[in-house]
Design a binder for this molecule. Structure first.
Ligand code: HEC
Length: 289
């Protein structure tokens, strides 16, 4: 294999590896910033939902409960779960890419029922009572989401008034939700989880695209550099060496010995050329004698 090919292969391997590494690093970098952004959006939404709920629980609910008779039950007025669900449904309609669920193993309102993934999440919370939050990446229907979750635990006796024995529940509630589901919860039990989902599908696709563009630009530069180096080596290294070796061959055979080497340069090839030229002149002198 010629020096030119060897040199090109080494360069292609080094530059090619560097280009791939730059592409991968760029993807990882964009992926990290996409996740950080999703996390800060999720944090914002989650805290707003919880603040809304806390205001309702602390300020509005006690007043509402005073106004109505004990057995009256209007979910929209009396349940903070209805309040957060209802508000979020409106929010979701205005701004896509987000979801919020009060995922529950055995809910009154069936759309709150936990799916397989959420059941595992709730089980993780149930196993570790000290665990207050979880977050990370997950996939739902082929789409990637960043999720943040807090456990829902039966922390007060009052919860059991509506979620314990059916016979204790407000009549209106039983009328609306039936008697089948959402009852029989126990004190201290982890019954569900608040989960906020932020779609990262678009951001990850952008990251992939960015990395691909960078990779293609790198590959284009590599190609241009290789062609340039090929031409340079051809003109300044390979051709003169071929020419000089031809001349040396001729001198050794005593052919065209009157004709000079014809390469004058200030570098290693030039040094080789003048050495061969001196050799030629010595040969000419010897032959003349
Ligand atoms: C006055 C009755 C009442 C009380 C007290 C009450 N809830 Fe509920 N809860 C409801 C109703 C009604 C719903 C259905 C909400 C909906 O339609 O989205 C609900 C929904 C829920 C849900 C969502 C899953 C589901 O069943 O649809 C969870 C979780 C929940 N409650 C937990 C609690 C906890 C924990 C407490 C105590 C801190 C509590 N609830 C106190 C009536 C009550």
């Amino acid at each position: 294999m010629g020096i030119r090919s060897r040199f090109m292969i080494i360069l292609a391997v080094i530059f090619g590896t560097a280009t791939v590494l730059i592409g991968v690093a760029s993807y990882k970098f964009s992926e990290r910033s996409a996740l950080a952004e999703a996390r800060s959006k999720g944090d914002l939404i989650f805290n707003y939902i919880l603040a809304n709920r806390d205001f309702y629980r602390g300020k509005q609910q006690p007043l509402i409960m005073e106004v109505f008779e004990k057995d009256r039950f209007y979910p929209e007025l009396m349940s903070d779960f209805v309040l957060t669900r209802g508000t979020f449904d409106i929010f979701k309609g205005k701004l896509g890419g987000y979801d919020f669920k009060q995922a529950t193993l055995n809910p009154l309102h069936q759309p709150n029922k936990a799916d397989q993934w959420e059941r595992e999440l709730i089980a993780t919370f149930a196993k570790d009572p000290a665990l207050k939050a979880r977050e990370g990446l997950m996939e739902k229907n082929g789409e990637s989401f960043f999720y943040m979750a807090n456990p829902i635990r039966v922390s007060e006796k009052d919860c059991l008034r509506c979620h314990g024995d059916v016979t204790d529940a407000p009549k209106d509630q039983v009328e609306i939700y039936g008697t089948e589901n959402g009852y029989g919860w126990k004190m201290g039990e982890t019954v569900g989880a608040y989960v906020v989902y932020v779609s990262v599908e678009k951001a990850l696709a952008e990251a992939r695209k960015g990395a691909m563009v960078l990779y293609l630009i790198g590959a284009g530069c590599l190609l241009v550099a290789l062609v340039g180096i090929w031409i340079f080596m051809d003109r300044f290294i390979v051709n003169p060496i071929v020419q000089l070796s031809g001349k040396a061959e001729e001198i050794s055979l005593g052919k065209n010995i009157e004709e000079g080497v014809g390469i004058k340069r200030n570098d290693e090839i030039g040094a080789l050329a003048s050495a061969i030229e001196r050799l030629r002149m010595s040969m000419v002198r010897i032959l003349k004698r």
